[in-house]
Design a protein around this ligand. Structure first.
Ligand SMILES: NC(=O)C1=CN([C@@H]2O[C@H](COP(=O)(O)OP(=O)(O)OC[C@H]3O[C@@H](n4cnc5c(N)ncnc54)[C@H](OP(=O)(O)O)[C@@H]3O)[C@@H](O)[C@H]2O)C=CC1
Ligand SMILES: CC[C@](O)(C(C)=O)C(=O)O
Ligand SMILES: [Mg+2]
Ligand SMILES: [Mg+2]
Length: 342
């Protein structure tokens, strides 16, 4: 079994007396900045003036420009959207990095695909939480944590791994497990997971189930409860005790249906498609497409996003959640919905 490290075996020495700049205050940024502060570290957030700046100030965090925060820091954690990192790095981070500082990422995309090429006189590593930033914050506040991967790309100081481990511990990952990997493995598995299973695979499965039921004449509300709402309750059981625990709780009828019908839906053909997705990630085809999409201001991204926000499952879901006061997004972006033809 791979070596998974926990709080008891991780030293805090690697971060001792270091000033940490967290660049960005979005999903991961706010979680790292607040968790690091509450773990006793000296944190400055690097931002441009705007919504996040105001929020960070409101949260009582020290905020400076990206250039200033970088210049005063021993550890610089880059938590900007992946597609924006190369420009901000070139304009505001690169020239301000102290010799011997650590340049850190939560995802290996830009280093692995050579969109950022760091100077030789800094440590470069990643601390990649295996969960959404808002949950990195929420679980930390509850005394728990989200697991994280660490990987060292460049070890100028000879202390890069120790610093990475101490950082992972400080954001709460040592409570759940910290595992060493490489930039390549983190980048490729993370992209694959979000595309084929966690986000892309799941949303496609949910929509296909909802559409199958509603196209057969069943009520959208019934289809919503069946294919989306109940998913959380089922996944919680898997999270707590694996597939076995979920199957313990469901009826034997459901378990028999799981065994005989699940593989009819997700089958060898699906796996072949998954292998194609993985191949595009490994060969850089996906990365190239995403970089180009951003260079032309995201026409496809925006069009698909708009269409998805108007899918009937979203419409009925909004209505039903209004009537369930205990179901509330604790952190959400405002969704722009166009009230078009349907
Ligand atoms: N989201 C997640 O849960 C996970 C993300 N990661 C990785 O973490 C990194 C951060 O992702 P995520 O947290 O989703 O990012 P977000 O999209 O949530 O980050 C947005 C933040 O970046 C700031 N920002 C954007 N552009 C600029 C700019 N030009 N100058 C200064 N600040 C800017 C925004 O400020 P403003 O308000 O001014 O726009 C905001 O504070 C990525 O590498 C991602 O792959 C890894 C694991 C999970
Ligand atoms: C699953 C999506 C993710 O990889 C994550 C929350 O871990 C991301 O990039 O946001
Ligand atoms: Mg991920
Ligand atoms: Mg990701």
């Amino acid at each position: 079994m791979a070596k998974v490290l926990y709080d008891q075996t991780i030293s805090e020495e690697g971060l001792k007396s270091k000033k940490i700049a967290v660049i960005g205050y979005g999903s991961q940024g706010h979680a790292h900045a607040l968790n690091l502060s509450e773990s006793g570290y000296d944190v400055v957030v690097g931002l441009r003036k705007g919504k996040s700046w105001d929020k960070a100030v409101e949260d009582g965090v020290e905020v400076r420009s990206v250039a200033e925060a970088t210049a005063v820091a021993d550890v610089v954690m880059v938590l900007l959207p992946d597609e924006k990192q190369p420009k901000v790095y070139e304009e505001s981070i690169k020239a301000n990095l102290k010799t011997g500082a650590a340049l850190v990422f939560a995802h290996g995309f830009n280093v692995h695909f050579s969109q950022i090429v760091p100077p030789v006189d800094v440590d470069v590593f990643l601390v990649a939480p295996k969960g959404p930033g808002h949950l990195v914050r929420r679980t930390y506040s509850e005394g728990a944590g989200v697991p994280a991967l660490i990987a060292v790309h460049q070890d100028y100081s000879g202390q890069a791994k120790a610093t990475a481990l101490a950082y992972a511990k400080a954001i709460g990952a040592g409570r759940a497990g910290v595992l060493e990997t490489t930039f390549q493995e983190e980048t490729e598995t993370d992209l694959f997971g979000e595309q084929a299973v966690l986000c892309g695979g799941l949303t496609s499965l949910v929509k296909a189930g909802f559409e199958t039921l509603t196209e057969a004449g069943y009520q959208p509300e019934v289809a919503y409860f069946e294919c989306l709402h109940e998913l959380k309750l089922i996944v919680d059981l898997m999270y707590e005790g694996g597939l076995e625990n979920m199957r313990y709780s469901i009826s034997d009828t459901a378990q028999w249906g799981d065994f005989v019908s699940g593989p009819r839906v997700v089958n060898e053909e699906t796996k072949a498609r998954m292998k194609e997705v993985l191949h595009d990630i490994q060969t850089g085809v996906f990365a190239k497409g995403w970089i180009l999409e951003n260079q032309v201001n995201r026409p496809q991204f925006n069009a698909i996003n708009q269409k998805e926000n108007n899918h009937p499952i979203e419409k009925v879901g909004r209505e039903l959640r209004e009537l369930m006061p205990f179901v509330k997004p604790q952190n959400s972006k405002k969704v722009v919905v166009s009230h078009g033809s349907h």
